[in-house]
Every structure is written in C-alpha cells, then in structure tokens.
Design a binder for this molecule. Structure first.
Ligand SMILES: Cc1cc2nc3c(=O)[nH]c(=O)nc-3n(C[C@H](O)[C@H](O)[C@H](O)COP(=O)(O)OP(=O)(O)OC[C@H]3O[C@@H](n4cnc5c(N)ncnc54)[C@H](O)[C@@H]3O)c2cc1C
Length: 393
C-alpha cells in the first residue's frame, strides 16, 4: 500500500538509523499495541504495560538531545512515528507528546541546572511530564488564566485550578502556566512557566470521563498553597511564560497534525480492506462509484496532510520560522483525521457502530485533534494573519 506510507523520499536527509527506528516502532505497534487497543479504550484503563514498553523503546526521549540521554530524533522522524502509532491507536502517542512538549520547553528555555536535573530523567520516562495551561475559564485565551504564583522566600506559592490536563494522574509533574504578576499590562508580561513536580498542595482532583482519547488520564488539578522552588521558574526569569508557551506551539502543532494524519491513514487502511471484502448488489462495495469517491477523497487528504507535516517539520528541524507551516499542517492533519474517520463510518455502514471494529474508536478520537493545541478556528486566524504579514502589498 505504497500510496499511504510515510517513508521519506530517497533524497531526504533522514539517516537510515532514524528510518530503521521508525520501522521498529511500527513493528512494535502492530505486535503489541493493536491487540490491546480495544481492551484499554473500552475499559478506559491506563495502559501501564504499554508505557513500560514505550520506555524500553526510548520513545520518552525521542526528541530529547543525545547529550541528555535522549535519541535526538528530528521532528520529521518523530512525526512519522506519531503517524504510525496513531494509525493504530492515537491515545498512547498522547502520553509521549505532552511529555516531549514539556521536555522541549526545558531544553529550549531552561537553565543549565534545569536541563541537567530533568532531561535525563525525562529521556528514560522515569519522570513523565504534562502541559498545564488550560483553566476552567481560559482555553484559547490563555492570558485570562487565574492561577497565581507568589514569591515567598525561595519558593513560589501557587493557588488556582487547571483542567483538561493530560498525563497528570500517572505523570510526575507538569509545566505549569501561572500569573506571577496578575496586574501586569499587557497581560502576558505577568505570566511564567514553572516546572511543577508533584508535592503537597498539587492535587489531582479527578480523571475526566471522555468521549474519546480514552484510557489516557486527562484530569482537573487544584493547587492549594503548593510550593515550587524558585529554581524551577523556567529559564529563571519571570514574565516569559506566555512567549515560552507560544514557542512550543510549532512542535506541538506538528505533533497534533501527525496524530490527525495517523487517524486519517488508519481509517483509510481499514476502509480499503473493508471496501474490497464487503459486497452489496452483487459486487464489492469499492466498485460502487459512491465508495470510490470517498476512497479518493480520503487518500488525497491523507497524502496532502503528510506533505504539509513534512514541510513544517523540515523547516522546524532546519531552525527556520515555521508558524505558518505548522498551523497549516495542524489544520490539514486534524481535519483529515475527522473527515476520514467520518467517511470510514459511512463505508462500514451499520458495522461502523460495532465495537468489534476499530472505526468507532477512530471516530471518537478524531475530533480532539481539531480542538487541542489551538482550535482550528484560532488556527485559521493565525494562518491568515501570517499570510498577510509575509505577503504584504
Ligand atoms: C481530551 C482533551 C485533552 C486536553 N489536554 C490538555 C492538556 O494536556 N493541557 C492543556 O493545557 N490543555 C488541554 N486541553 C485543553 C484544550 O487545549 C482546550 O480545550 C482548547 O485550547 C480550547 O479551549 P476551550 O476548551 O477553553 O475553548 P474556548 O477557548 O472556550 O473556545 C470555544 C470556541 O470558541 C472559539 N473561539 C474562541 N476564541 C476565538 C477567537 N479569538 N477567534 C475565533 N474563535 C474563537 C473556539 O475556536 C471554540 O470553537 C485538552 C482538551 C481536551 C478536550
């Protein structure tokens, strides 16, 4: 099925080692992940054994630099891994993704002490992280957050609430967005990021029950006089948290794009098989033109999304500005996921509703990619503004 593979073109610079790793992860996912996906998803149970295997594979250190014990993979190689995993079961890639967004923020903006303290433990998965941005009253408008951190001696004392924080029950800490100066104007100048390890006052209130993206822990958090050492202020300077958060969005969006494209590819692969096996009116359903239209639109969306992901990832890896490219990749990848999952539901007909097939899980998982890491409505405004900025008349 060459048309739906993600192998880079031969002239691309990814080393054969990196490609071999992508192939090894794919083989592992087929053998270990696919057989248990339905069980964990339906039970909404955390896949501890899968996480242990992901540790052994080195996935928690995928993009962390080799000097800290990580694999130092390019973001394009990592994107291919995420596409492969998500074409089988998207949720486990989420355990790695927000962890690596936290790691990447520390690697990019942290002090030398912070890098030395956290990155080696993060690379092995011994310390698994999350991203603590969203609050009950503030998602897209992050500058409206109300969680406050006040300096008291050598500690910040944090009070406030977060919600929808993935990996926060089974993880060991979060990159916590707080207001260190709630009165600052403009608002973002009063925002900081803290490397917040679990301790007294860091309360996981409860795991949220979700339509999809199940089995992974997404929780509400409450902080009550929770003390974080001042040394854990990311980069050591207050007021940089909003900019540091925005700086991580490009990689985060490439990740979410890849999860969407993976769902799209998985839905397409299942549909291609089913359309050849299922007959109606005396012939396989793929021979009906209505089904052909769907398969054609699906593969076009999958391949288009993958090309945009590759474009964004290669720019990111080259250290070039890629906010426009990452936003386009995220929009295309997530919409491809939602579109292909829905088209697969139609191709499978009544059987799409059966939990015996995997299509209903793809359908439940897909929409999240249109919401997380910047909703697609916000992203369209980002794309349009960047377009005008780059091509101003
Ligand atoms: C399963 C799940 C996991 C999550 N995991 C995490 C996590 O790990 N960490 C974390 O911090 N957050 C997480 N989130 C939260 C997620 O990032 C937010 O839900 C998302 O940013 C949107 O915020 P909101 O839900 O508050 O929607 P709102 O910001 O309230 O938006 C509601 C609607 O208004 C639209 N809208 C708002 N402002 C504008 C505008 N200016 N222009 C156009 N349209 C606009 C939005 O596009 C949307 O359609 C998770 C969410 C879910 C569902």
């Amino acid at each position: 099925m060459d048309a739906v593979t993600t192998r880079p073109a031969p002239d691309t610079p990814d080393s054969s080692d990196q490609q071999a790793f992508v192939d090894a992860v794919e083989a592992w996912a087929e053998k270990e992940l696919r057989p248990v996906a339905r069980k964990y998803d339906l039970a909404d149970e955390y896949p501890h054994d899968i996480v242990e295997q992901m540790k052994e594979l080195g996935l928690f250190g995928a993009t962390i630099g080799e000097e800290y014990g990580g694999l130092g993979l390019s973001s394009w190689t990592y994107a291919q891994i995420v596409i492969k995993l998500s074409s089988i079961w998207m949720a486990p890639s989420g355990i790695v993704n927000s962890h690596l967004i936290m790691a990447s923020a520390i690697e990019r903006a942290g002090t030398e002490e912070q890098k030395a303290k956290y990155l080696p433990r993060m690379a092995t998965g011994e310390f698994r992280g999350s991203i603590g941005l969203t609050e009950p009253n503030a998602g897209s408008d992050l500058q409206a957050i109300r969680t406050v951190a006040k300096l008291d001696g050598d500690d910040y004392v944090v009070n406030g609430n977060k919600t929808w924080i993935t990996n926060s029950m089974h993880g060991h800490g979060t990159l916590l967005l707080v207001k260190t100066d709630p009165a600052a104007q403009p608002r973002h100048k009063g925002m900081s990021l803290l490397i917040a390890e679990k301790a007294r006052g860091f309360n996981v209130v409860g795991k949220l029950k979700k339509m999809g993206y199940r089995s992974i822990d997404t929780c509400e958090l409450n902080f009550e006089d929770y003390r974080v050492p001042k040394a854990n202020l990311l980069g050591g300077v207050e007021g940089k948290g909003f900019i540091q958060t925005a700086g991580g969005l490009e990689l985060g969006r490439i990740n979410v794009a890849s999860r969407g494209a993976g769902i799209a590819e998985g839905a397409l692969k299942h549909s291609l098989r089913y359309a050849q096996e299922r007959s109606a009116f005396g012939k396989p359903i793929w021979q009906h033109q209505a089904i052909q239209m769907k398969l054609a639109d699906m593969v076009t969306q999958v391949e288009g999304a993958k090309r945009l992901i590759e474009q964004a990832a290669r720019k990111f890896d080259a250290g070039e500005r890629c906010d426009l490219e990452a936003a386009m990749a995220k929009l295309a990848g997530s919409e491809a996921g939602a579109f292909c999952a829905q088209e697969a539901m139609r191709i499978f007909g009544g059987y799409s509703y059966s939990v015996e097939y995997e299509i209903e899980r793809f359908y439940r998982d897909a929409m999240l990619m249109c919401i997380g890491e910047g909703t697609n409505e916000i992203l369209r405004t980002v794309i349009a503004k960047q377009l005008v900025e780059r091509y101003r008349v």
